[in-house]
Ligand binder design. Sequence first.
Ligand code: B12
Ligand code: SF4
Length: 538
Amino acid sequence: MRIFLIHVRDPQFYALPAATRAANGNVRVMGFPPIGIMSLSSVVKRAGHECVMFDQANPATPNDVILEEVRRQRPDLIGLSFLSTTSYPYAKILARQIRAADDKVKLAFGGVFATLNAMLVKAQCPEIDFVCRGDGEQLILDLIERMEDPSSILGLTWMKDGKPVNNPNRVLERDLDQWPFPDRESLKLDFIESMPLDVPAVLSMDRFTTMQTSRGCPWPCSFCDIPIFNEGKWRSRSAEHVVAEFKELQAQGYGAVYFVDDHFLLKPKRIEAICEGINREKVTIEWGCEGRVDSVAQHLFPAMAKAHCRTIMFGVESGSQKVLDRLNKEQTLAEIESAVTNAKNAGIEIVHGFFVVGTPDETEEDIRSTFDFAARLRLDTFAFNRLCVYRGTPLWQEYVKRGLVNDATDWYKYFKCSEIDPTCLKGDVINRERTAGFRRLFRYKLRHYPVQTARLLRRFMRFMKLRDIVYLIVKPFLGAKSGPTKNEVISRAVEHGALKDSAAELTRVADDLLAEVASQSRAERRRIEEEARRSQGA
Ligand code: B12
Ligand code: SF4
């Protein structure tokens, strides 16, 4: 069978199609490769099928070119993969265009947003045949095999006799080592590493890719949908499998890798074995990862640095304990300080903090504390985003109960909390505090951490034009435009027919489902701790 896999992007999140080409002739762009479809492509090919990938980050393959290829190659199945609420409208548009070009091809959606809103998406997109929920590896194989009668395919949402049907979930697969490494080489596009910001912040011009060594995170943060997507579980690949992938990447000429794991820093023995393997195999790739500040693996930061870990990103969120507690973050300010200090003392070159502002019950004083806290921390880089609420999170559920969002009519919309929640500060107050906070933070950094700041600027200057560096620094002071952003306008403009209400009834996130995820998360943490204790005793 011939399969097309398309990674649909939100145009705001890929910038800089570089005017340059890589040594292998590929166009180079700044951003993260589409590891979701790359993972599926290798599985599909191993099963003997033909697979062609497209990534909308590639300026050479806009929708028109993809449509032309659909007409020319007549694939049997097209999978559209997208991450979030913000890219859903673009996926819908492309699906419609493909259906107009070919009324026979089977069309499938997959990814986090599609998973968490499957019935609603199916009802709103009649041109789509299937919505694929959760892990896609086995699911796509089953789909290829039983496309004409999908009634027994676990994790599939489809239409039977004019009614959306949700086949049962599949049991989460714990053996991730069974899948081949992602098929990176078939996509004729190269990536360079940048910070996950909406302004160019290039970290290196080395050939860059991402890797996934674990899936999920068993914590209960109220704004996050990772726990529900992974049913409160955390699953990991073995250290040997990860090291083998590193070796392959080194042979393919990659110089930098970022782990898209939700929480890499969970299982010390595994991290230690990965670091030992990297050194043993003489892999020199620089890598980065994300994790919680209360990680029990912090004694391994020096070993990670020795194994070329260059970047660690922490979900700091706030400098106010009250706000952290309101977000159910289950972390303290002291834990944040010691994690950042430990990482810097260990020699990690770039330690990044993700912060949010505009959270429920946050005061101006809290925002000030957040910026002053960020200034004092030995962070190299930071991002301060306005908190958004997504369907599937405990915060969304709270907003449904408080009558701030409507599960039936708002599920596909992109909302900053401050726009809908009266307990949040108003947007203009947040922006004013954010601008003032940045000013204090930059001043503090220059005065107290001049060497660290100079080192970071020197890294940027190696790869970026002076004009871009100046923009990176002054952007926080330019002020935000008032009114909704382009993303918000587009995400709210997706039309929805009468079908949506009946589908909404079927998909309402039940309180007991969230409670079940929370209890699974707690059980998962106990399981991991127990495993760690056992392996220490062994
Ligand atoms: C890396 C990442 C990014 C990267 C870009 C990644 C990229 N373009 O590839 C950057 C930093 C740019 C980014 C940006 C944003 N992101 Co982001 N991101 C992630 C992260 C951490 C990992 C994604 C990933 O690579 N996963 C690994 C691959 C292997 O998994 P996958 O893509 O899900 O694919 C698997 C399955 O879903 C399935 N599958 C996927 N597609 C298909 C298709 C078919 C046909 C089938 C059968 C199966 C299938 O099979 C795959 C293999 O099992 C996720 C968290 C997460 N764990 O998913 C958040 C996440 C997806 N991002 C999120 C958000 C909100 C955003 C932003 C909107 C943030 C913002 N406000 O600025 C932007 C918008 C991006 C966009 N829409 O283009 C949210 C989405 C929430 C929601 N409900 O909308 C998530 C879940 C994080 C979170 N908890 O909040 N992101
Ligand atoms: S720590 Fe919280 S925000 Fe981070 S992935 Fe886990 S649940 Fe989500």
